[in-house]
Design a protein around this ligand. Sequence first.
Ligand SMILES: Cc1cc2nc3c(=O)[nH]c(=O)nc-3n(C[C@H](O)[C@H](O)[C@H](O)COP(=O)(O)OP(=O)(O)OC[C@H]3O[C@@H](n4cnc5c(N)ncnc54)[C@H](O)[C@@H]3O)c2cc1C
Ligand code: FES
Length: 289
Amino acid sequence: MGKQAAGKLKKGTKGAASAGRRAARSSAPLSCMPCLLPIRAKVLKNEKENSLVSLLTLDLQMPDAMPGQFLMAWQPGMDEKPMSIAENKPSVRLAIAAVGPCSKKLAETKAGDCIYVRGPLGKPFWPAGKRWLLVGGGYGFAPLRFLARVGMENGAKVESICGARTKGLLMKAGPGKNHQTTDDGSAGTKGNVLSALEPLLRSGHFDCVYSCGPEKMMKAVAETAKKHGVKSQLSVERYMKCGFGVCGHCAMGGWLACIDGPSIDGNEALANPAFGAYHTDKAGRKIRY
Ligand SMILES: Cc1cc2nc3c(=O)[nH]c(=O)nc-3n(C[C@H](O)[C@H](O)[C@H](O)COP(=O)(O)OP(=O)(O)OC[C@H]3O[C@@H](n4cnc5c(N)ncnc54)[C@H](O)[C@@H]3O)c2cc1C
Ligand code: FES
């Protein structure tokens, strides 16, 4: 992250986040926003992070990209899909879970292949206090590792919980103290992320919980943080097409996830009727979680 971006993260507050949201919704001419145009990026490395997730390192410099933001990633012949920025140093990384046609094709790319990306897009996480607890499920842990690195470089004390169904689906640990949970007990604490979150929050050592992963998990994380009087921030996923607030496809209970999010305040999310309840598919049909 460049000096400018690190400065933004230092200065950021919930107020700044709202200002960012307003700015993103302002009427700046699209021609002034090069991040909205696809650029070609060469894959430098494709490493297996676990049995499902591939970590792509791109020949792409985005020093101002911030944790919580995403890129729209595209390969000719496929849909364009939002992917969280998993790191920006020394160059951009994406963690791709191979679950469907687009993600499988991206996950199969080899060094030397090219993909096309637009971004960085969306609202990043913002700093809240200096003691952070990061809670990630599945590939959702990747942007949190980026957040951990940037937060620690800016003086935050960071602890993380990484959860997965089983050992083979765990993501690699990030900087700071790490805890692991698996549903089947094959690594770390047996159970879901809440089994590690509850005791850590009871210690009263945290200013903010940051979470990224399946929406039902994030809902439980936000409720648990609220119960302990701790703030939370989450990263929401909705089907996205334009990625910059024009098509309306990512609407969720009055928000547009691509510009009002993906990073949102946990208590505001809990008050949103769509959060944890439903999302929409490619054709706009409602699907219940
Ligand atoms: C802001 C944002 C950030 C994202 N960041 C990432 C990221 O960093 N890495 C990443 O891999 N994906 C990320 N996604 C999800 C990604 O954009 C796609 O939705 C996902 O890759 C599936 O696309 P597909 O076309 O391959 O499969 P689809 O055809 O959309 O789905 C194929 C099947 O997989 C299921 N499925 C879809 N998504 C998931 C999932 N997440 N887990 C399990 N099953 C699923 C579908 O229900 C369907 O049955 C992000 C989404 C958003 C909105
Ligand atoms: S994806 Fe088009 S408005 Fe959000």
